[in-house]
Design a protein around this ligand. Structure first.
Ligand SMILES: C[S@@+](CC[C@H](N)C(=O)[O-])C[C@H]1O[C@@H](n2cnc3c(N)ncnc32)[C@H](O)[C@@H]1O
Length: 191
């Protein structure tokens, strides 16, 4: 067996370095945000459609849009609304941004930011798939910033201190729950 040529060696090292940088960036931002960029499943997204309010009065934001698949589904579901996917982790954001540039739809934008820097006053619907710790941190920000007519849809993890308007169980191995809230309407909060 012959040894590797210099070119093959450089190529191999290049791939290794690339993989290392990708892995480190994902781990670094997972530690920073407290949530890995794990996408919601196809079943969760399909069942989410049954929970979405018919016509939110304002724009739609996804908190932590990851690789962009769910935000894209939301933009197709609500063609008359502006949809913003907000994501801090650079690689998932870059992937979703490039896919949106290539495939649309035109009412969708991906913004690389900490979602808590996004203004909430004109938001009509918030969608998120985070984790219990991040939900706990996000709750006061949503409660203080959202208009009374705004809706919040959570995949998997409840919005602490609030009573959902509706829930749906997803038939998956974790029996994931989908929650619909109107957290500042003044009628359903139990906090
Ligand atoms: C479980 S993933 C959800 C992905 C996507 N929503 C989906 O359903 O396919 C959670 C995402 O939230 C992002 N995230 C967590 N905290 C964030 C913050 N403060 N600002 C922006 N993104 C955040 C993480 O980087 C991660 O990509």
């Amino acid at each position: 067996m012959q040894g590797l040529s210099e070119g093959e060696l450089f190529l191999g090292l290049g791939f290794l370095l690339f993989g290392l940088v990708v892995g480190l960036l994902i781990v670094w931002y997972t530690l920073r945000t407290g949530a890995p960029p794990m996408p919601s499943t196809r079943t969760m997204r399909r069942m989410l459609a049954d929970l979405l309010p018919a016509y939110p009065s304002g724009s739609i934001i996804e908190l932590g849009s990851g690789w962009g698949g769910l935000a894209q589904q939301l933009a197709l579901h609500y063609p008359q609304h502006r949809v913003f996917g907000l994501e801090l982790s650079p690689l998932p954001w870059l992937f979703s941004w490039a896919k949106r540039r290539a495939l649309g739809p035109p009412n969708l934008r991906f913004v690389r930011c900490d979602f808590r820097d996004h203004p909430l006053h004109e938001v009509g619907l918030v969608v998120c798939y985070l984790n219990p710790e991040v939900m706990r941190r996000v709750e006061p920000w949503l409660r203080q910033g959202l208009a009374a007519s705004a809706w919040v849809v959570c995949i998997g993890f409840a919005l602490p201190g609030h009573k959902p308007v509706k829930t749906i169980k997803v038939p998956d191995m974790h029996a994931t729950t989908l929650f619909l809230y109107q957290p500042t309407s003044g009628t359903v909060s139990v906090a």
